[in-house]
Design a binder for this molecule. Sequence first.
Ligand SMILES: [Zn+2]
Length: 326
Amino acid sequence: MTKNLIFAADIGGTTCKLGIFDQNLKRLKNWAIKTDTSDPTGRQLLKGVYNAFIAECDMLNYKLEDVIGMGIGVPGPVDFEAGVVNGAVNLNWQSKVNVKALMEEMVEFPVIVDNDANIAALGEKHLGAGQDANDVVAITLGTGVGGGIISNGKIVHGHNGSGAELGHIRVDHEQHFDCNCGKAGCIETVASATGVVNLVYHYHPKLTIQSQLRPMISSKEITAKDVFDAAKSGDIFSLFIVEKIAQYIGYLASILSVTTNPKYIILGGGMADAGHILLENVKTAYSQFAFTPSQENTEIVLALLGNEAGIVGAAGLIKTYIIEQE
Ligand SMILES: [Zn+2]
Protein backbone atom coordinates (compact mmCIF):
# COMPACT_ATOMS: atom_id res chain seq x y z
CA MET A 1 0.00 0.00 0.00
CA THR A 2 1.34 3.39 -0.89
CA LYS A 3 -1.01 5.39 1.31
CA ASN A 4 0.23 5.38 4.88
CA LEU A 5 -1.52 8.02 6.99
CA ILE A 6 -4.60 7.88 9.22
CA PHE A 7 -6.41 10.96 10.51
CA ALA A 8 -8.19 10.56 13.84
CA ALA A 9 -10.53 12.91 15.72
CA ASP A 10 -12.03 12.32 19.15
CA ILE A 11 -14.66 15.03 19.47
CA GLY A 12 -15.63 16.00 23.01
CA GLY A 13 -17.81 18.74 24.48
CA THR A 14 -14.90 21.11 25.15
CA THR A 15 -11.96 19.87 23.06
CA CYS A 16 -11.42 17.83 19.93
CA LYS A 17 -8.39 15.59 20.26
CA LEU A 18 -6.73 15.16 16.90
CA GLY A 19 -4.08 12.72 15.77
CA ILE A 20 -2.16 11.61 12.72
CA PHE A 21 -1.12 7.96 12.76
CA ASP A 22 0.68 5.68 10.35
CA GLN A 23 -0.93 2.50 9.00
CA ASN A 24 0.33 0.49 12.00
CA LEU A 25 -1.25 2.95 14.46
CA LYS A 26 2.04 4.51 15.40
CA ARG A 27 1.25 8.05 16.41
CA LEU A 28 3.03 10.70 14.36
CA LYS A 29 1.29 13.79 15.70
CA ASN A 30 -1.06 14.56 18.50
CA TRP A 31 -2.82 17.83 19.34
CA ALA A 32 -6.15 19.33 20.31
CA ILE A 33 -8.41 22.18 19.27
CA LYS A 34 -11.31 23.82 21.03
CA THR A 35 -14.72 22.34 20.15
CA ASP A 36 -16.91 24.78 18.25
CA THR A 37 -20.42 24.26 19.60
CA SER A 38 -21.86 27.45 18.08
CA ASP A 39 -23.48 25.71 15.12
CA PRO A 40 -26.22 23.09 15.70
CA THR A 41 -25.77 21.72 12.15
CA GLY A 42 -22.23 20.56 12.99
CA ARG A 43 -20.83 22.13 9.85
CA GLN A 44 -18.61 24.67 11.65
CA LEU A 45 -17.18 22.13 14.03
CA LEU A 46 -16.28 19.70 11.23
CA LYS A 47 -14.85 22.49 9.08
CA GLY A 48 -12.64 23.45 12.04
CA VAL A 49 -11.41 19.86 12.36
CA TYR A 50 -10.72 19.70 8.62
CA ASN A 51 -8.81 23.02 8.68
CA ALA A 52 -6.71 21.84 11.62
CA PHE A 53 -5.61 18.74 9.70
CA ILE A 54 -4.81 20.75 6.57
CA ALA A 55 -2.69 23.22 8.55
CA GLU A 56 -0.83 20.42 10.34
CA CYS A 57 -0.13 18.52 7.12
CA ASP A 58 1.23 21.70 5.53
CA MET A 59 3.55 22.14 8.46
CA LEU A 60 4.72 18.51 8.52
CA ASN A 61 4.89 18.15 4.75
CA TYR A 62 2.37 15.32 4.71
CA LYS A 63 0.35 14.87 1.51
CA LEU A 64 -3.41 14.41 1.60
CA GLU A 65 -3.01 11.81 -1.20
CA ASP A 66 -1.31 9.59 1.40
CA VAL A 67 -4.28 9.55 3.77
CA ILE A 68 -6.08 6.20 3.95
CA GLY A 69 -9.08 7.56 5.86
CA MET A 70 -10.36 9.57 8.81
CA GLY A 71 -11.90 8.02 11.93
CA ILE A 72 -14.14 10.23 14.07
CA GLY A 73 -15.53 9.61 17.56
CA VAL A 74 -18.52 11.62 18.83
CA PRO A 75 -20.33 11.77 22.19
CA GLY A 76 -23.75 10.65 20.94
CA PRO A 77 -25.62 7.77 19.34
CA VAL A 78 -24.36 6.92 15.85
CA ASP A 79 -25.81 5.07 12.88
CA PHE A 80 -22.52 3.40 11.98
CA GLU A 81 -23.31 2.43 8.38
CA ALA A 82 -24.59 5.89 7.49
CA GLY A 83 -22.14 7.87 9.64
CA VAL A 84 -25.05 9.87 11.04
CA VAL A 85 -25.07 11.14 14.63
CA ASN A 86 -28.55 11.20 16.16
CA GLY A 87 -28.02 14.35 18.19
CA ALA A 88 -25.27 15.11 20.70
CA VAL A 89 -26.21 17.26 23.69
CA ASN A 90 -22.59 18.16 24.56
CA LEU A 91 -21.98 19.43 21.02
CA ASN A 92 -25.24 21.40 20.82
CA TRP A 93 -26.40 19.11 18.00
CA GLN A 94 -30.12 18.83 18.67
CA SER A 95 -31.00 16.78 15.61
CA LYS A 96 -29.28 14.42 13.17
CA VAL A 97 -25.88 15.41 11.81
CA ASN A 98 -24.49 13.46 8.89
CA VAL A 99 -20.85 13.66 9.96
CA LYS A 100 -19.65 11.26 7.28
CA ALA A 101 -21.32 13.17 4.44
CA LEU A 102 -20.26 16.60 5.72
CA MET A 103 -16.62 15.55 6.09
CA GLU A 104 -16.54 13.65 2.80
CA GLU A 105 -17.66 16.86 1.03
CA MET A 106 -14.26 18.27 2.02
CA VAL A 107 -11.93 15.26 1.64
CA GLU A 108 -11.18 12.62 -0.97
CA PHE A 109 -10.72 9.70 1.44
CA PRO A 110 -13.33 7.67 3.37
CA VAL A 111 -14.62 8.82 6.76
CA ILE A 112 -15.84 6.42 9.47
CA VAL A 113 -17.81 7.62 12.51
CA ASP A 114 -18.67 5.91 15.79
CA ASN A 115 -19.61 6.85 19.35
CA ASP A 116 -17.04 7.59 22.05
CA ALA A 117 -17.64 4.42 24.10
CA ASN A 118 -17.21 2.14 21.08
CA ILE A 119 -14.01 3.81 19.92
CA ALA A 120 -12.58 3.67 23.45
CA ALA A 121 -13.13 -0.10 23.41
CA LEU A 122 -11.55 -0.34 19.96
CA GLY A 123 -8.55 1.71 21.17
CA GLU A 124 -7.99 -0.68 24.09
CA LYS A 125 -8.29 -3.61 21.66
CA HIS A 126 -5.62 -2.20 19.32
CA LEU A 127 -3.04 -0.69 21.67
CA GLY A 128 -4.29 -1.09 25.23
CA ALA A 129 -5.33 -3.82 27.64
CA GLY A 130 -6.97 -5.89 24.89
CA GLN A 131 -4.03 -6.13 22.52
CA ASP A 132 -3.77 -9.33 20.50
CA ALA A 133 -7.35 -10.32 21.27
CA ASN A 134 -10.26 -10.26 18.85
CA ASP A 135 -12.93 -10.53 21.52
CA VAL A 136 -12.86 -7.76 24.07
CA VAL A 137 -15.41 -5.93 26.19
CA ALA A 138 -14.74 -2.52 27.71
CA ILE A 139 -16.85 -1.16 30.57
CA THR A 140 -16.37 2.57 31.09
CA LEU A 141 -17.13 3.60 34.67
CA GLY A 142 -17.37 7.38 34.69
CA THR A 143 -20.11 9.86 35.57
CA GLY A 144 -22.28 7.29 33.79
CA VAL A 145 -21.54 3.78 32.65
CA GLY A 146 -20.77 3.10 28.99
CA GLY A 147 -19.34 0.24 27.09
CA GLY A 148 -18.12 -1.26 23.89
CA ILE A 149 -18.06 -4.85 22.69
CA ILE A 150 -15.53 -6.06 20.15
CA SER A 151 -16.56 -9.43 18.78
CA ASN A 152 -14.44 -11.25 16.23
CA GLY A 153 -12.45 -8.04 15.73
CA LYS A 154 -15.47 -5.85 14.98
CA ILE A 155 -17.50 -3.44 17.08
CA VAL A 156 -20.96 -4.75 17.95
CA HIS A 157 -23.47 -2.13 16.81
CA GLY A 158 -26.68 -4.12 16.65
CA HIS A 159 -29.55 -3.50 14.27
CA ASN A 160 -30.14 0.14 15.24
CA GLY A 161 -26.83 1.14 16.78
CA SER A 162 -27.70 0.69 20.44
CA GLY A 163 -25.68 -2.49 20.92
CA ALA A 164 -23.38 -2.42 23.97
CA GLU A 165 -25.30 0.30 25.83
CA LEU A 166 -24.07 -1.48 28.93
CA GLY A 167 -25.01 1.29 31.34
CA HIS A 168 -28.66 0.34 31.05
CA ILE A 169 -28.52 -3.30 31.97
CA ARG A 170 -30.61 -3.68 35.13
CA VAL A 171 -28.44 -5.04 37.90
CA ASP A 172 -30.29 -3.59 40.89
CA HIS A 173 -33.46 -5.63 40.76
CA GLU A 174 -34.92 -3.79 43.72
CA GLN A 175 -34.69 -0.63 41.59
CA HIS A 176 -33.61 1.75 44.33
CA PHE A 177 -32.71 4.59 41.98
CA ASP A 178 -34.24 6.06 38.81
CA CYS A 179 -32.05 6.23 35.72
CA ASN A 180 -31.77 9.00 33.11
CA CYS A 181 -33.11 6.54 30.54
CA GLY A 182 -36.56 6.49 32.18
CA LYS A 183 -36.19 3.07 33.79
CA ALA A 184 -34.77 2.22 37.22
CA GLY A 185 -32.07 -0.08 38.58
CA CYS A 186 -29.68 0.30 35.63
CA ILE A 187 -26.02 -0.30 36.48
CA GLU A 188 -25.42 3.40 35.84
CA THR A 189 -27.49 4.15 38.98
CA VAL A 190 -25.30 2.03 41.28
CA ALA A 191 -21.84 1.65 39.75
CA SER A 192 -21.02 5.02 38.18
CA ALA A 193 -19.44 7.89 40.11
CA THR A 194 -22.96 9.15 40.85
CA GLY A 195 -24.06 5.59 41.61
CA VAL A 196 -21.43 5.28 44.34
CA VAL A 197 -22.82 8.39 46.00
CA ASN A 198 -26.38 7.00 45.60
CA LEU A 199 -25.32 3.87 47.50
CA VAL A 200 -23.61 5.85 50.25
CA TYR A 201 -26.77 7.87 50.95
CA HIS A 202 -28.94 4.77 50.73
CA TYR A 203 -26.93 2.74 53.24
CA HIS A 204 -25.60 5.34 55.64
CA PRO A 205 -28.83 5.68 57.69
CA LYS A 206 -28.26 2.01 58.59
CA LEU A 207 -24.68 2.76 59.54
CA THR A 208 -23.96 1.64 63.10
CA ILE A 209 -20.16 1.62 62.96
CA GLN A 210 -17.81 4.57 62.87
CA SER A 211 -16.90 5.70 59.36
CA GLN A 212 -14.46 8.35 58.27
CA LEU A 213 -16.99 9.28 55.58
CA ARG A 214 -19.47 10.71 58.09
CA PRO A 215 -18.36 14.38 57.86
CA MET A 216 -18.45 14.27 54.06
CA ILE A 217 -21.85 12.58 54.10
CA SER A 218 -23.28 15.25 56.43
CA SER A 219 -21.86 18.11 54.38
CA LYS A 220 -23.16 16.44 51.18
CA GLU A 221 -19.76 16.78 49.57
CA ILE A 222 -18.91 13.15 49.15
CA THR A 223 -17.42 11.81 45.91
CA ALA A 224 -16.72 8.33 44.58
CA LYS A 225 -13.01 8.97 45.08
CA ASP A 226 -13.58 9.67 48.82
CA VAL A 227 -15.25 6.27 49.14
CA PHE A 228 -12.44 4.38 47.38
CA ASP A 229 -9.75 6.29 49.32
CA ALA A 230 -11.46 5.49 52.62
CA ALA A 231 -11.86 1.84 51.60
CA LYS A 232 -8.15 1.65 50.85
CA SER A 233 -7.40 2.89 54.35
CA GLY A 234 -9.59 0.14 55.81
CA ASP A 235 -12.82 2.02 56.50
CA ILE A 236 -15.39 -0.76 56.98
CA PHE A 237 -18.43 1.13 55.66
CA SER A 238 -16.49 2.18 52.53
CA LEU A 239 -15.33 -1.39 51.98
CA PHE A 240 -18.96 -2.49 52.21
CA ILE A 241 -19.92 0.06 49.53
CA VAL A 242 -17.01 -0.98 47.28
CA GLU A 243 -18.10 -4.62 47.60
CA LYS A 244 -21.65 -3.66 46.60
CA ILE A 245 -20.39 -1.81 43.51
CA ALA A 246 -18.11 -4.71 42.64
CA GLN A 247 -21.03 -7.15 42.90
CA TYR A 248 -23.00 -5.13 40.34
CA ILE A 249 -20.03 -4.87 37.97
CA GLY A 250 -19.21 -8.56 38.46
CA TYR A 251 -22.79 -9.44 37.63
CA LEU A 252 -22.63 -7.34 34.44
CA ALA A 253 -19.31 -8.98 33.56
CA SER A 254 -20.86 -12.43 34.03
CA ILE A 255 -23.65 -11.58 31.57
CA LEU A 256 -21.10 -10.31 29.06
CA SER A 257 -18.91 -13.35 29.51
CA VAL A 258 -21.76 -15.70 28.64
CA THR A 259 -23.04 -13.63 25.72
CA THR A 260 -19.77 -12.81 23.94
CA ASN A 261 -17.08 -14.92 25.68
CA PRO A 262 -14.43 -12.16 25.57
CA LYS A 263 -10.73 -12.73 26.18
CA TYR A 264 -10.59 -9.53 28.22
CA ILE A 265 -13.17 -7.58 30.18
CA ILE A 266 -11.58 -4.17 30.54
CA LEU A 267 -12.57 -1.71 33.28
CA GLY A 268 -11.93 1.91 32.32
CA GLY A 269 -13.19 5.43 33.03
CA GLY A 270 -12.50 7.68 36.00
CA MET A 271 -13.63 5.13 38.59
CA ALA A 272 -11.13 2.56 37.35
CA ASP A 273 -8.47 4.90 38.76
CA ALA A 274 -9.39 3.32 42.10
CA GLY A 275 -7.24 0.47 40.77
CA HIS A 276 -6.74 -2.84 42.48
CA ILE A 277 -9.28 -2.44 45.26
CA LEU A 278 -12.01 -2.23 42.63
CA LEU A 279 -10.45 -4.81 40.29
CA GLU A 280 -9.93 -7.50 42.94
CA ASN A 281 -13.45 -7.09 44.33
CA VAL A 282 -14.94 -7.30 40.81
CA LYS A 283 -12.91 -10.44 40.09
CA THR A 284 -14.19 -12.07 43.27
CA ALA A 285 -17.82 -11.21 42.47
CA TYR A 286 -17.41 -12.30 38.85
CA SER A 287 -16.01 -15.69 39.79
CA GLN A 288 -19.12 -16.29 41.91
CA PHE A 289 -21.59 -15.26 39.19
CA ALA A 290 -20.09 -16.36 35.91
CA PHE A 291 -20.75 -19.61 34.07
CA THR A 292 -17.58 -21.62 34.61
CA PRO A 293 -16.72 -22.61 30.99
CA SER A 294 -17.10 -19.01 29.79
CA GLN A 295 -14.71 -17.85 32.52
CA GLU A 296 -11.84 -19.98 31.31
CA ASN A 297 -9.00 -17.76 30.12
CA THR A 298 -11.15 -14.64 30.41
CA GLU A 299 -9.32 -11.95 32.32
CA ILE A 300 -10.78 -8.89 33.99
CA VAL A 301 -8.20 -6.12 33.67
CA LEU A 302 -7.84 -2.36 34.07
CA ALA A 303 -7.76 -0.17 30.96
CA LEU A 304 -4.31 1.01 29.91
CA LEU A 305 -4.89 3.99 27.65
CA GLY A 306 -6.92 6.28 29.91
CA ASN A 307 -8.13 9.37 28.04
CA GLU A 308 -6.10 8.33 24.99
CA ALA A 309 -8.33 5.32 24.25
CA GLY A 310 -10.68 7.46 22.17
CA ILE A 311 -8.14 8.95 19.78
CA VAL A 312 -6.41 5.58 19.33
CA GLY A 313 -9.80 3.97 18.69
CA ALA A 314 -10.76 6.66 16.16
CA ALA A 315 -7.61 5.76 14.22
CA GLY A 316 -8.45 2.11 14.90
CA LEU A 317 -11.68 2.53 12.90
CA ILE A 318 -9.57 2.99 9.76
CA LYS A 319 -7.25 0.13 10.71
CA THR A 320 -10.15 -2.26 11.40
CA TYR A 321 -12.62 -1.31 8.70
CA ILE A 322 -10.33 -0.33 5.81
CA ILE A 323 -6.73 -1.56 6.18
CA GLU A 324 -7.54 -4.99 7.65
CA GLN A 325 -10.23 -5.53 5.03
CA GLU A 326 -7.77 -5.31 2.14
ZN1 LIG B 1 -30.93 3.36 32.35
